[in-house]
Write a protein that binds this ligand. Structure first.
Ligand code: M6R
Length: 366
């Protein structure tokens, strides 16, 4: 049932062009400018008129929430707060009636996320669930929702669920922005077309596998890793670091690249691999300066760049080229090499990638 792959995780990484496509099927038709999400029909107005969106989630799903914060604010002009479900539920949060809570969960069974929903519900908020497992507790407790339709995810490290979550959240944001009139027609159409092209771009990114395996061999014995990105790629840095630590047991930290000089830069020496997610976007020039700062301290730079980048290859020790896409959609593409990097390093270190120590697929205890 691993479909010829050595591990479920690898199978699920390679399934992403299909799972992202499945998530859009019947919902998105860029040619006709159509975006239909069955689940949000009744509650679309609640989202459109929301004073605020609160996203609650844990782990990788929380990272998807962070990306969503950027595009909900950019496209819909609705203030968004992204909360760890476990913190939110225990700190007497301010929740009002015009608030919409989006709960993101692959399993739909995460205890803290479920409890955060119950709390928000009791205060009159509308709950919108983004789950992968059909009929799961979170899906049933939510007022409305949209499934990610990624299919069963067996590997404890979440991969295809993350890209499907981003796909759904993107579609919701575009649908809301279009109804609110906070996005221009041309930008709306451009993003629909770009979204439809994501599966083929992910397919292209997967072709980097052999190159990434080679890079993994170079760094498999490292004791620490830093992951840095800005803007839409900041949550991708967090996700890359989480993937590495949970399956290879290497200590890794993700940071917004600009925060480096407020502390983590002290860690950099010739032993420290630094993965930059440095695709061509509005923060590109700033990220280039951050790469220079790491180089000046002899850090070993691995950079994820947009294909055709001429500058960063002169600076980085290893460069991984991903296809070009809109910056708001880039996380779905730029995360692929990071998933593969953690996978190969874990395999080379002899780790049990599908069932890492101390972890369970769904965390049903708080
Ligand atoms: O099922 P959920 O999406 O609610 O799970 C949340 C986290 O437990 C989960 O993402 C966890 O962090 C994964 N092991 C990450 O790969």
């Amino acid at each position: 049932e691993k479909g010829g792959y050595e591990h479920f995780m690898l199978k699920e990484i390679f399934e992403q062009p299909r799972s992202i496509g499945d998530c859009m099927r019947g919902r998105l038709d860029a040619n006709n400018g159509r975006l239909v999400l069955g689940g949000i029909r009744e509650y679309a107005n609640k989202l459109i008129n929301a004073d605020r969106i609160i996203i609650v989630a844990c782990g990788t799903s929380w990272h998807a929430g962070l990306v969503a914060e950027y595009f909900f604010e950019e496209f819909c002009r609705i203030p968004v707060e992204v909360e760890y479900a476990s913190e939110f539920r225990y700190r007497n949060p301010v929740i009002k009636e015009g608030d919409v809570v989006i709960a993101i969960s692959q399993s739909g069974e995460t205890a803290d996320t479920l409890a955060a929903i119950e709390l928000a519900k009791s205060k009159g908020a509308i709950i919108f669930g983004v789950c992968n497992v059909v009929g799961s507790s979170i899906a049933r407790t939510s007022h409305e929702g949209a499934y990610t339709h990624a299919g069963p995810e067996i590997g404890v490290a979440s991969t295809k669920a993350f890209t499907a979550q981003l796909t759904v959240l993107n579609m919701i944001a575009l649908r809301v922005a279009h109804s609110k009139g906070t996005i221009t027609e041309s930008r709306y159409h451009e993003l629909l077309v770009e979204l439809e092209n994501i599966p083929s771009k992910v397919e292209q990114a997967l072709k980097l596998d052999a190159q990434i395996e080679h890079i993994s061999n170079e760094f498999k014995d490292s004791k620490n890793f830093l992951y840095l990105g800005r803007g839409y790629n900041f949550p991708v840095a967090l996700e890359g670091a989480l993937k590495l630590k949970e399956i290879s047991y290497i200590h890794a930290e993700g940071y917004p690249a600009a925060e480096m000089k407020h502390g983590p830069i002290a860690l950099i020496d010739e032993e420290m691999p630094v993965v930059f997610i440095a695709t061509r976007d509005s923060s590109y020039d700033k990220v280039v300066s951050n790469i220079q700062e790491v180089k000046a301290r002899k850090g070993r730079v691995i950079a994820i760049v947009t294909e055709g980048d001429a500058l960063i290859p002169q600076m980085a020790e290893f460069v991984i080229e991903v296809p070009r896409t809109d910056e708001a959609l880039m996380p779905m593409v730029s995360v692929i090499p990071l998933q593969l990097l953690s996978y190969h390093i874990a395999v080379m270190r002899g780790c049990n990638v599908d069932q890492p120590r101390n972890l369970a697929k769904s965390v049903t205890v708080e």
